[in-house]
Design a binder for this molecule. Structure first.
Ligand code: ATP
Length: 211
């Protein structure tokens, strides 16, 4: 029998929001994943420093997934002193258990820049990618060679092959972004329905983003 599939969902999570949770839930169900690890980034290599600190972002993710028994939060990127390269994270996970097959879940926006990531070709050779649509983002045309080569529409391929597959999964789009939430809070706009209740309470209690 093929090894079970484990999902990895990395991000800044500044803050984690319903778009993240809905996406991962849909992917989890469709791809019959064993578990999903949410991995907050400490020092994001591709973007500015987050507004909330590492501990706060970690706590918000923990609160958000508290009612999802098959979702976990993993703080290894927050404990590292080095930039949060996905390659390093995957290698460290694979060192712990080499029998696991990992799938990185990410939006089209994030995958489109893959060829600028640290050791991205080795990363492609190590894991699968599950890509989800995000409102406002289209699949690039023409598709880069590396994407064309790994592309599949068959979820079964994630089990059949050890690595290197890039599978686009249709999910109900939720246009929310963390940027919109941070901006909304700073402007006094009600964005409370964009995050789980527990995360909203945390943002208010800790006066994050100008709340
Ligand atoms: P920001 O607005 O600060 O850039 P974000 O909302 O994009 O944040 P991140 O933590 O940067 O959130 O995203 C982590 C992952 O979640 C990325 O792969 C991103 O593509 C994906 N993602 C974020 N929001 C959505 C959404 N609404 N639907 C689907 N995927 C999403």
């Amino acid at each position: 029998m093929a090894n079970p599939l484990y999902g990895i969902f990395g991000g800044t999570f500044d803050p984690v929001h319903n778009g993240h949770l809905e996406t991962v839930t849909a992917v989890f169900d469709k791809c019959a994943l064993e578990r999903v690890y949410f991995i907050p980034a400490a020092i994001p290599p591709h973007r500015d420093q987050p507004d909330a600190n590492a501990q706060q972002r970690l706590e918000m993710v923990s609160l958000a997934i508290a009612n999802y028994p098959r979702f976990d939060v993993d703080d290894r990127e927050l404990k590292r002193e080095t930039p949060s390269y996905t390659y390093d994270t995957i290698k460290s996970l694979q060192t712990e258990d080499c029998s696991r097959r990992y799938c990185l879940i990410l939006g089209i926006d994030a995958l489109s820049g893959l060829d600028s990531w640290y050791r991205w070709r080795e990363l492609l050779d190590s894991i699968h990618f599950i890509v989800v649509q995000r409102p406002g983002w289209e699949i690039p045309e023409p598709l880069p060679d590396w994407w064309q080569q790994g592309r599949t529409e068959f979820i079964e391929d994630l089990k059949q092959f050890e690595s290197g597959k890039i599978c686009l999964i249709e999910v109900e789009p939720n246009p929310v972004s963390a940027t919109e939430i941070r901006y909304g809070i700073a402007q006094g706009i009600d964005v409370s329905t964009m995050v789980p209740h527990s995360v909203w309470d945390y943002i208010r209690t800790n006066k994050l983003y100008g709340a």
